[in-house]
Design a protein around this ligand. Structure first.
Ligand SMILES: [Zn+2]
Length: 489
């Protein structure tokens, strides 16, 4: 089987054929570092990470570029409000973004490209566009892209261009969906704003030109895949195509992949609704970064994800179940011998995971495959039917899974500590927040399940250790005739 992906440009699922065999040139739009990234942003970044990891596992050599937008309208506005430089302001949030990538176990792309370090390349691309009559200069020294001269405009977003009023312009980076207008490539200097001296005069770049210039700088005039959130299709990606293809006369990106929005508790995320969260916000509420990563990975990128606290709780339980299973395989003692059924289960799970991801990255199906294996093998082990020589094959399937999903390594506590230190340093801890994060109900439930598992596999040392861990944060376990209960001291 071959990898198939949904290409926004053609509107259908296609086999991914790279220009060079087993080598992929891809570009994903990175963050605009004017604030902390929210979970909607990170749904896209987590997907890009899953896709990267799967390509690598499939034997591709990766050339992946991601930009950091460190100059734009919002950054300039916020920096000047604080009376500091653009670089200083953006630097803080760029650092935070890299920390968040680590928290969510995201791999770093091969190339990170900062906009402010590629201004000459952007200026020369604009000069090239002007020479070919795709760009014009206005009296104040700004440059605009003339979309009337680029007949392919609107192909990605399927925009109807009949309503364009010739020469009408828009100079903000982000604009309304039906605002099909000539857009700013370069903005003339304004008092108090950062500016650069270049071959096309002084000023600063628009947002869209950045990605065209940096993508082509590192990846050549034609890329294999360009990725981003669905909110970038128009205007950002439409404009990237226009700028790049007008300059080169070649296809800019052969495949465009877009990650859908998420909802939070069934509603669009917004600050006014109080459902706007960053990964750090969730961690300060006691949620593990592995649960956040898992939940963001659990719904295929083409489908809307409804991010809920109930979902986070279930994600924590799912991750625990996988970790417990790994622990059982790694440290359990099993009778001698091997069983063809168990071996076949492991091989089938590995094949199903691969086939699911080749099918336009169907992560939900891949997860179902690993849990089917875990359930059946746990049942076999409970009956004493898991034999010693089958363990390695099961471990291999689990590892193949985790090379993509990356949730088995248990470094949640260290990461929680880092975020707590950050919150303390930033003065973000309320009076009521204790010095150490207390366990949420979901975490307590997960630990109790882990303890039950340990007892079941007669690992009493681990069961005791978990009881102590719970007692240390004031959780008391009670065996009642209806089963185990817990309460807070
Ligand atoms: Zn971009």
């Amino acid at each position: 089987m071959a990898l198939r992906v949904f290409n926004t440009l053609s509107g259908r699922i296609e086999e991914l054929k790279t220009l060079e065999d087993k080598r992929i040139r891809m570009y994903s739009c990175g963050p605009t570092v004017y604030d902390y990234g929210h979970i909607g942003n990170f749904r896209t970044f987590v997907f890009v990470d899953l896709f990267r990891r799967f390509l690598k596992q499939s034997g591709y050599e990766l050339e992946h570029v991601m930009n950091i937008t460190d100059v734009d309208d919002k950054i300039i506005r916020n920096a000047s409000a604080m009376g500091i430089g653009v670089r200083e302001y953006a630097g803080k949030y760029e650092q935070a973004f890299f920390e968040d990538m680590d928290l969510l176990s995201l791999e770093k792309p091969e190339q990170i490209a900062r906009a402010t370090e590629h201004i000459p390349e952007m200026a020369s691309l604009i000069a090239r566009l002007r020479q070919k009559d795709f760009a014009y200069k206005t009296e104040d020294g700004s440059y605009y892209f003339s979309i009337a001269n680029f007949p392919n405009y609107g192909r990605l977003s399927k925009k109807d261009l009949t309503a364009i009023s010739d020469g009408a312009r828009v100079d903000v980076d982000e604009y309304e969906k039906d605002n099909v207008r000539d857009f700013a490539l370069w903005k003339s200097p304004k008092p108090g704003e950062a500016k650069w001296e270049t071959e096309i005069g002084p000023g600063r770049p628009g947002w869209h030109i950045e990605c065209s210039a940096m993508a082509m700088e590192y990846l050549g005039e034609t890329l294999d895949v360009h990725l981003g959130g669905e909110d970038l299709i128009f205007p950002h990606h439409e404009n990237e195509i226009a700028q790049s293809e007008a300059a080169t006369g070649k296809t800019f990106a052969r495949y465009w992949m877009h990650v859908r929005f998420l909802l939070v508790e069934g509603q669009k995320m917004s600050k006014s609704l109080g459902n706007f969260f960053t990964p750090r916000d969730l961690m300060l509420k006691g949620h593990k970064p592995s649960s956040i990563r898992y939940l963001l990975s659990s719904v295929p990128y083409q489908k809307q994800l409804n991010f809920t606290f109930e979902g986070l709780k279930q994600a924590a339980t799912s991750v625990e179940r996988l970790r417990n299973f790994k622990f059982r395989l790694d440290s359990g003692t099993f009778p001698k011998g091997s069983s063809p059924e168990i071996k076949a289960l492991a091989i089938a799970a590995g094949e199903k995971i691969r086939a699911s991801l080749e099918d336009d990255m169907n992560t939900a199906q891949a997860l179902a495959a690993i849990f089917d294996m875990v359930r059946e093998v746990n049942a076999a082990a409970d009956d004493g039917k898991l034999l010693r020589d089958d363990v390695a094959e099961l471990q291999r399937a689990l590892q193949q899974f985790d090379e993509i999903f990356a949730v088995l390594k248990d470094d949640d506590a260290d990461k929680a500590k880092q975020v707590l230190e950050w919150a303390r340093a930033e003065g973000k801890l309320g009076e009521s927040t204790s010095a150490e994060p207390l366990l949420t109900d979901a975490q307590v439930d997960a630990l109790i399940e882990q303890r039950q598992q340990a007892r079941k596999s007669r690992d009493f040392a681990r069961a005791d250790a978990i009881r102590k861990q719970l007692a240390d944060v004031g959780i008391i376990l009670e065996d009642t005739k209806d089963g185990l209960r817990w309460k807070r001291k």
